[in-house]
Design a protein around this ligand. Structure first.
Ligand code: HEC
Ligand code: HEC
Ligand code: HEC
Ligand code: HEC
Ligand code: HEC
Ligand code: HEC
Ligand code: HEC
Ligand code: HEC
Length: 345
């Protein structure tokens, strides 16, 4: 040992040559050994999913690693002759810098990356993407061309019929994660996606670039009303109404696909309401002036009117509208009539 030690003064030529070849041999794969086809550069998504599609251009790549926005890497061994690889990654809210790294026999190469912004309206800080990001439509003939060679992508009348097998749905293979949360909305988990994704943009949909064949009308309310007649009835009989419902964007509070919360709300109900009504989070509510105690509880107790449920804001208020004042679950012009729901006289 000590072969290369400077103390010796000179290094045998043969070692220099060996070293030279060692360095050349371990030159990492260049970033040009792969190409990211999806996601589109600096695009905005409205769901927690990023579909990554990669094309391998250097045959010496033996493995690739997909890294999501949290830095978690999943590996795929490449198959001889197969050049396209697809991987669905989970998006965190806000900016996600995802990357794909080529490996040649476990030697790490140079990564390529793309940034995607997961927009989430009722979460502070994530309502709007920073400048430079834009909404991009994927489902257009031109973009689908490559995918069609391997994926079934036809639209058919059968999309309005619940498939015997979820795998039979055109949408399943690429979007199965959307219905994975604890509670799934019936039309989504039954793959009736096109009940809402009609391809019509609606009044506020014009920000989208291009026109996706699966755009959902924005506002979506009419689609929801087609199945939820009770909410439609509240809407038409309302005497007091709610700002965030008025424009018909039911998806502001509900995730139309699935959620970990009851009623597919995007957050637990109390947290959802206090996102916009932060002054009510202190526990002090306007009704405290009627109540002798310092304030009326708005959570943390069972709701006497709804067995099995905890008291929350929507125990007294109907977020969709009311025939009474202040969205109260009562009729008429006095607030006190709502008290009877829970307190017997
Ligand atoms: C060479 C064939 C091929 C092409 C071309 C192809 N895919 Fe795939 N894709 C597959 C296969 C096979 C799977 C199933 C999972 C696997 O084995 O990779 C898949 C799975 C997927 C998934 C789900 C991945 C996951 O982690 O669940 C998505 C999303 C996807 N493809 C999107 C696309 C898109 C978008 C295109 C077009 C830009 C495309 N694919 C083109 C073969 C292909
Ligand atoms: C081959 C994979 C694939 C299939 C099959 C597929 N999608 Fe997609 N879809 C994507 C990709 C990729 C995006 C771009 C956003 C992303 O990265 O997830 C997307 C985006 C969308 C969007 C957002 C609007 C747009 O066009 O970008 C909607 C809505 C959508 N898909 C609905 C559907 C529905 C409904 C079906 C079944 C009828 C379906 N998709 C089938 C891959 C697929
Ligand atoms: C009850 C109506 C409804 C159903 C059913 C539904 N969606 Fe959606 N979906 C929406 C709405 C509303 C949005 C939000 C649109 C927006 O703001 O971009 C959305 C958003 C999406 C997005 C994200 C769009 C983006 O731009 O990032 C994808 C992907 C998607 N839906 C696919 C599906 C698939 C696949 C199914 C079937 C499993 C499905 N949806 C079922 C209403 C629905
Ligand atoms: C194709 C019919 C259909 C459409 C369209 C539809 N839903 Fe539903 N929805 C259902 C069914 C079926 C159920 C489950 C049965 C039930 O509890 O009413 C359900 C359940 C729900 C629930 C939970 C109800 C409960 O009592 O647990 C909510 C919340 C909901 N939908 C909201 C929406 C919203 C918001 C939209 C529009 C973005 C929408 N739905 C569009 C069929 C639909
Ligand atoms: C401000 C947030 C918010 C908006 C916007 C909103 N909802 Fe809801 N929705 C809720 C909450 C919270 C609940 C649960 C109420 C409870 O505690 O019973 C709910 C419950 C529901 C239910 C099931 C309970 C029931 O009364 O049948 C349906 C269906 C529903 N919403 C549909 C819609 C539709 C359709 C729209 C658009 C017109 C909409 N929601 C807009 C917050 C909202
Ligand atoms: C996205 C923001 C947002 C969310 C989430 C939200 N609200 Fe509101 N709310 C508003 C705005 C804005 C107003 C202002 C008055 C208006 O335009 O209706 C309002 C008004 C109200 C009012 C007074 C209505 C009147 O007649 O004066 C009540 C009560 C109310 N909200 C209850 C709730 C409850 C309960 C929830 C949770 C289910 C909730 N809000 C969630 C934005 C929100
Ligand atoms: C026990 C029933 C009850 C609960 C629970 C409740 N409220 Fe109220 N809320 C009322 C009553 C009653 C009024 C009308 C008070 C009045 O006449 O001034 C009201 C009024 C309001 C108003 C309109 C007047 C104002 O103070 O701005 C808002 C907004 C509101 N509530 C939001 C909420 C939110 C958010 C929650 C959950 C954190 C909540 N409420 C929980 C009964 C309740
Ligand atoms: C959705 C159900 C609900 C409604 C509606 C409601 N309350 Fe309550 N109220 C409760 C619960 C739960 C408690 C807590 C009881 C406990 O501590 O165990 C409570 C406690 C109280 C207390 C404290 C004394 C006690 O019984 O512990 C008063 C006073 C009170 N409410 C008055 C009112 C008034 C006035 C109204 C109408 C403006 C009203 N409540 C509407 C559920 C409700």
């Amino acid at each position: 040992m000590g072969f290369l030690s400077s103390k010796r003064g000179k290094i045998p030529l043969v070692s220099v040559v060996t070293l030279f070849f060692l360095i050349i041999g371990s030159t990492p794969l260049a970033a040009s050994s792969l190409e990211i086809i999806r996601p589109a550069v600096k695009s905005i998504v409205d769901e927690s999913e990023i579909s990554v599609v990669v094309k391998i251009t250097d045959p010496s790549v033996t493995k690739i690693g997909f890294t999501d926005g949290e830095g978690v890497e999943v590996f795929r061994d490449l198959k001889a002759g197969k050049r396209i690889y697809c991987q669905s990654l989970k998006a965190k809210m806000g900016e996600n810098r995802i990357s794909v790294t080529p490996y040649a026999n476990n030697e790490k190469g140079e990564s390529k990356s793309a940034s995607v912004f997961y927009r989430a309206e009722v979460f502070a800080g994530f309502q709007e993407a920073p400048s430079g990001y834009k909404k991009v439509s994927f489902h257009m003939d031109k973009e689908e061309q490559l995918c069609k060679t391997c994926h079934k992508m036809i639209q058919s009348a059968a999309q309005h019929v619940v498939p015997d097998n979820p795998e039979d749905s055109t949408c399943f293979q690429c979007h199965k994660n959307l219905v994975n949360r604890a509670k799934a909305h019936a039309p989504s988990v039954n793959w009736l996606c096109t009940e809402c994704h009609t391809g019509q943009e609606g009044e506020y949909g014009n920000e989208e670039t291009g026109q996706s064949k699966y755009a959902a009308p924005n506002p979506i309310m009419e689609r929801c009303f087609s199945c939820h007649e009770n909410i439609k009835a509240i809407w038409f009989a309302r005497k007091s109404e709610h700002g965030p419902v008025r424009d018909g964007r039911c998806n502001r509070c509900h995730n139309p696909h699935s959620s970990n919360e009851i009623f597919f709300t995007r957050k637990p109900i109390w947290d959802l309401c206090t996102t916009c009504h932060s002054e009510k989070a202190s526990g002090v509510h306007v009704i405290s002036s009627f109540v002798r105690a310092s304030s009326h509880p708005t959570r943390g107790k069972p709701d006497p009117a709804r067995p099995g449920r905890e008291l929350v804001c929507s125990g007294c208020h109907d977020p969709h509208g009311s025939e009474g004042i202040y969205l109260l679950r009562t009729k008429g012009k006095t607030a006190f009539s709502v008290c009877n729901r829970c307190h017997q006289k």
